[in-house]
Design a protein around this ligand. Structure first.
Ligand SMILES: O=P(O)(O)OC[C@H]1O[C@@H](O)[C@H](O)[C@@H](O)[C@@H]1O
Length: 251
């Protein structure tokens, strides 16, 4: 692989958990007030994880057969609209981020270092409009030339995960054919996006979705931590060096 397309929340930083808690802070009282079945962590994985903010709201509401007006992005966080609810979750997310900060997964940083040594190109592909702030807070902002986040997707009219379009766009911006890019994801929607797109490899990081589910959705390789892949990366680098040398020898 020459290009590496990384999801952010849950792959590079432990912020999937911050998102997960923020959604719970929104939907636990909301569903109770609506007399719907209670909000569970499983709802996050099945309906929300990895999707753009308002798609997550729509998907969870649909799971409980609740219909709300759409509203728009300027809606106050107190409004009972799809956008109002999404904005309420975003306030909770930003409050936690400001209070607690964020440190990247050390194993993911080690893997990024190994890719850098091997000369690979790296991009972040996140549904989140908060991705630039999270990258900055985690000290990773300088490592990525290409960031396709929720704001870029909205501006360019790209459908979010589980559609593969944001990953395809990142490959284009890196200047690497998608077939030579690996998608690195922890969420159902993200692995689905990787598996339906033209990518060379889909790596699933199991942060709670479960190995079986990631495999069923189309992950080619599944790890608990990304540094497990460093030996394979070094071997692949050595092999391509050898074939290049042999090629040059023949020429
Ligand atoms: O931060 P935003 O713009 O609300 O984005 C929402 C989503 O961003 C993703 O990166 C997370 O994995 C999701 O689970 C989250 O819901």
């Amino acid at each position: 692989m020459r290009g590496w397309l990384f999801d952010l929340d849950g792959v590079l930083t432990p912020t999937a958990v911050v998102h997960m808690h923020a959604w719970a802070r929104l939907f636990t009282p909301f569903l109770e007030a609506h007399g719907a079945s209670p909000y569970r962590d499983a709802d996050y994985f099945a309906h929300i994880d990895g999707k753009p903010r308002y798609d997550g709201v729509r998907s969870l509401l649909a799971s409980r057969d609740i219909r709300l007006p759409e509203g728009d992005v300027t809606d106050a966080a107190t409004e009972e609209t799809v956008h109002g609810l999404g904005n309420r979750k975003n306030e909770a997310f930003n409050a936690t981020l400001a209070e607690e900060g964020v440190a990247p997964y050390p194993a993911s940083v080690a893997f990024l270092d190994a890719i850098e040594r091997a000369g690979g190109a790296v991009a972040v592909v996140s549904s989140s409009k908060n991705a630039p702030a999270v990258l900055e807070a985690a000290g990773l902002a300088d490592r990525f030339e290409v960031v396709v986040d929720g704001a870029v997707a909205a501006k360019e009219g790209l459908p979010g995960k589980p559609a593969p379009d944001t990953f395809v766009r990142a490959a284009e911006l890196l200047g690497v054919p998608a077939e030579q890019c690996a998608v690195v994801e922890d969420a159902e929607s993200g692995v689905r996006a990787g598996a339906t797109g033209p990518f060379g490899l889909v790596i699933g990081v199991d942060r709670g979705v479960g190995r079986d589910v990631l495999a069923e959705l189309g992950a080619d390789v599944i790890v608990d931590e990304l540094d497990e892949l460093i030996p394979a990366l070094a071997r692949a680098g050595a092999t391509s060096d050898r074939s290049r040398d042999e090629g040059e020898g023949r020429a």
